[in-house]
Design a protein around this ligand. Structure first.
Ligand code: NAD
Ligand code: WQD
Length: 342
């Protein structure tokens, strides 16, 4: 049987590259399209070293209507698109909202148009728990109402889901799945791919590993007066390798025509909330060193607690997160050391 071709936008990035590895290992043929605005061409070699396969790669800005249309025409034998490509820095999006709306929403519009014009009928979208805003009930199920996210970045995810829903309504044979990620951290066990943040990291895990390696002086923990067990904010951290596997399951659901609706959403988290101090303690244990940290006031826009009820993904996709917080902090630390020593 001919292998099925999957278009992966943003496949050179953090989550995209881990998913490409999982897809290749599951027997799919991959074409990555990415303009490398937040990733590096060396990732292609790393994917090839891990899997023994070098995926096709095209360097295209997906906001470019013509180039994207031509790209889709060239790859009209693809059976699905996984759309990772987006800008993702929350703080930057507050400063540059137009840039974020233009980039993230035009990418999706061009992708959906490319699918429509070439009868590529399946799409998976990278969404985020940020669409739930400040949750009323924890753990969060997909039934929870989405709310206006606090940042333009977050709002691009909410609007994108609505755009997909409208598109899929009028394309009866097309199907889409939106995956709402909670807090992805960790790196591949090969130490060949991982997160490569540019500048000062906004996110907790890279800030911890960069502090430990000596690039940052200390971690500032934002808030110690939340109504949580130890006073620090709680999140649902999920290993990027587990997250990648969920995409393979979602893809199979689409390709095997198992989806009930033409647009489905799934939470991807472990279902367990960990505090900032839990993550720090796990890091200290797995890296066997003390971390420099101090407490700061709460960060604006942060919610006190956010964790998933992942039952729908567990039951419907047959997917479960298997890796622990210690696996996440250990692999992040191994990756950071590898990056600094190479
Ligand atoms: P990333 O920045 O590592 O990867 C995104 C990739 O998209 C990069 O390789 C970048 O070069 C590419 N890209 C951006 N704009 C492009 C454009 N105009 N044309 C072509 N390529 C473009 O980010 P990531 O962490 O791997 O995130 C992947 C997806 O998951 C994003 O949509 C992000 O919003 C979403 N997401 C991420 C997180 C997280 O914490 N990392 C959480 C929830 C959702
Ligand atoms: C986690 C916890 C911080 C840094 C963001 C996006 C979300 C999604 C995932 C894309 C919080 C605390 C952090 C630091 C700290 N991304 N922290 N000191 O904010 O839950 O989610 O990434 O879709 O949309 O908003 O993740 O890693 O920034 O923070 O104390 O230097 O760590 O306050 O409680 P967040 P994070």
């Amino acid at each position: 049987m001919k292998t099925q071709k999957i278009i992966v936008t943003g496949g050179m990035g953090y989550i995209g590259s881990h998913t490409v590895v999982a897809l290749i290992n599951s027997g799919y043929s991959i074409v990555i399209v990415d303009n490398l605005c937040n990733s590096n061409i060396v990732v292609l070699k790393s994917i090839s070293e891990i899997t023994g396969v070098t995926p096709e790669f095209e360097n295209i800005d997906l906001t470019d209507d013509n180039k994207t249309a031509q790209f889709f025409k060239r790859h009209n034998d693809a059976v699905a698109v996984i759309n990772f490509a987006a800008l993702k820095a929350v703080g930057e999006s507050v400063q540059k909202p137009i840039w974020y709306y233009k980039n993230n929403l035009n990418i999706l519009l061009n992708v959906l148009e490319g699918m429509e014009n070439n009868a590529i009928k399946n799409v998976i979208f990278s969404s985020s728990a940020t669409v739930y805003g400040l949750p009323d009930i924890l753990p969060i199920t997909e039934e929870a109402k989405t709310k206006r996210p606090t940042s333009p970045y977050g709002n691009t995810k909410k609007i994108a889901e609505e755009m997909m829903e409208d598109f899929l309504k009028v394309q009866p044979n097309f199907k889409g799945i939106s995956l709402r990620y909670f807090n992805p951290i960790g790196a591949h066990e090969s130490e060949k791919i991982g997160e490569l943040p540019t500048g000062i990291p906004n996110n907790l895990m890279p800030f911890i590993t960069q502090t430990a390696v000596g690039i940052r002086k200390e971690l500032k923990i934002f808030g110690k007066d939340y109504a949580t067990e130890d006073g620090t904010a709680v999140r649902d951290y999920i290993h990027v390798v587990d997250l990648a596997e969920a995409h393979v399951k979602a893809l199979k659901r689409l390709l095997n025509s198992e989806a009930n609706d033409n647009f489905e959403v799934f939470n991807l988290g472990t279902g367990v909330g960990y505090s900032v101090l839990d993550v720090v303690k796990s890091f200290e244990k797995t890296s066997q060193q003390k971390l420099n940290y101090s407490f700061e006031k709460r960060r604006e826009g942060d919610v006190p607690e956010l964790y998933a009820n992942p039952s729908k993904a567990n039951e419907v996709l047959g997917w479960n997160a298997t890796l622990t917080l210690d696996d996440m902090t250990a692999s992040s630390w191994n990756w950071e050391q590898k990056v600094r020593n190479s």
